[in-house]
Design a protein around this ligand. Structure first.
Ligand code: BDR
Ligand code: CA
Length: 320
C-alpha cells in the first residue's frame, strides 16, 4: 500500500476523507495531524479522534498542530461545518483516547523519515503545519513522494471571490508549500466542487448498520450540493475526500503542469492561487524574463462517477 499522512482540520469533509483513507486497502494511513481551520485545533483533534475510532482505526497516531495561521488570526468556518466543526451530528461519542504527546511537526517528521517507502502527504486544511514542517525539518523532502493538497482554485474562490478557504486562511503557508521543491498536485475547488454523491446513495449510507458507513452518510447529508436536475433530491459533496481518491486512483484526475503563485499582497486578491494557463509567454515574461516559476500539477478535470463509485465501495466495505 501507498504510505500516506493526512493533515486536516476535521471538518465535515475531512472526516469523509479519513473514513475513506482508513478503509482503502491500497493506502496505509500512517498518521493524522491536526491544524486550526474549520474549527479551533482542540475541536479538530477531538473530531479526528472520534472519526478514527468509529472507523475502527483508533491506533493511527494523531497529533495536535498549529492553533493559528503564520500571520493571519484564526477564523472559524462554523457557518459551514457546524458548532462542533463536524456537522453537529447527534450522538457522536467523545473519543476514548487523547492525541499523541508530540506536536504535529514532530510527528510528521518522525513518520515521514521512518517510512520504508516515500510518503504521500495529503493536506486537506490550511497549510500552517506543512509550512512549519518544511521550515523546521527540510530534510523530510527526501522521503516525500508527493504532496496532494486540497486547496486553491483555477477559477472561482469560495472564501472570497478569488480565494479558496484553505489557502486564504494561511496564504504565507501555502506559498511555502508551493515552493517546497517536491512534486505537488493541487486538488482545487474546480474539481472539489464537482464530486458529489446522489441522494439515494446518501440515504442508503445513513440507513447502514455499520457505524463508519452510517457516519459517512450523516456527513454527506450535512453537505448538500445542487439538487438533481429532475427534482430536489440533494447530492452530498465528497469535498476533501476527493483528494484522497486522487491518491488512491490518480487515473481519475486530469492534471496539467502549470506555474502557480499565491497572491500575498493585502487586498481583494489575497489568498488567490494565480495559475498561468497562457499558451504563449506574456508581457511579464517578455519584459522581465522568466522568473523562478514553480510548476504544480493542477487538477483540471475529474471523473466524478469513478470517484463516487470508488468512495462508496471502499466506505461500504466492498472491494474497490
Ligand atoms: C476547504 O475548506 C474546508 O471548509 C473544507 O474542509 C475544505 O478543505 C474548501 O475550501
Ligand atoms: Ca478541510
Amino acid at each position: 500500500p501507498v504510505p500516506v499522512i493526512i493533515d486536516c482540520d476535521t471538518g465535515v469533509d475531512d472526516a469523509l476523507a479519513l473514513l475513506f483513507a482508513v478503509r482503502h486497502p491500497g493506502l496505509d494511513l500512517r498518521a493524522v495531524t491536526c491544524v486550526a481551520g474549520n474549527t479551533d485545533v482542540a475541536g479538530v483533534v477531538r473530531n479526528t479522534l472520534t472519526v478514527l475510532e468509529i472507523a475502527g482505526a483508533g491506533d493511527v497516531p494523531v497529533a495536535r498542530g498549529a492553533e493559528r495561521p503564520l500571520i493571519e488570526p484564526a477564523r472559524s468556518a462554523r457557518h459551514v461545518h457546524g458548532e462542533d466543526g463536524m456537522g453537529d451530528i447527534p450522538g457522536l461519542p467523545a473519543p476514548a483516547r487523547a492525541a499523541a504527546d508530540v506536536d504535529a511537526v514532530t510527528l510528521l517528521r518522525r513518520e515521514i523519515l521512518a517510512s520504508p517507502r516515500p510518503v504521500t502527504l495529503i493536506p486537506t486544511a490550511p497549510l500552517t503545519n506543512i509550512a512549519l514542517l518544511l521550515r523546521t525539518h527540510p530534510e523530510v523532502t527526501r522521503n516525500i513522494e508527493r504532496i496532494v493538497f486540497m486547496g486553491g482554485a483555477v477559477a472561482t474562490g469560495n472564501a472570497t471571490p478569488v480565494a479558496e478557504f484553505n489557502v486564504w486562511h494561511d496564504p504565507e503557508a501555502a506559498a511555502i508549500l508551493l515552493t517546497a521543491g517536491v512534486p505537488i498536485t493541487m486538488y482545487g475547488l474546480d474539481v472539489f466542487q464537482r464530486v458529489t454523491v446522489p441522494g439515494a446513495d446518501v440515504r442508503r449510507l445513513r440507513a447502514s448498520a455499520e457505524p463508519g458507513a452510517r457516519l459517512a452518510g450523516d456527513l454527506l447529508a450535512h453537505r448538500p450540493s445542487a439538487p438533481e436536475p429532475d427534482g430536489d433530491d440533494p447530492r452530498g459533496g465528497l469535498g476533501d475526500a476527493g483528494a484522497v481518491c486522487a491518491v488512491a486512483d490518480p487515473a481519475g484526475l486530469t492534471t496539467a503542469a502549470l506555474p502557480v503563485e499565491v497572491s500575498l499582497a493585502p487586498g481583494p486578491a489575497r489568498g488567490q492561487t494565480v495559475v498561468d494557463r497562457r499558451p504563449r509567454p506574456g508581457e511579464d515574461e517578455l519584459h522581465h524574463g522568466t522568473r523562478d516559476r514553480h510548476l504544480v500539477d493542477v487538477a483540471l478535470e475529474v471523473d466524478v462517477e469513478r470517484y463516487v463509485k470508488l468512495y462508496l465501495a471502499v466506505v461500504e466495505g466492498r472491494r474497490p
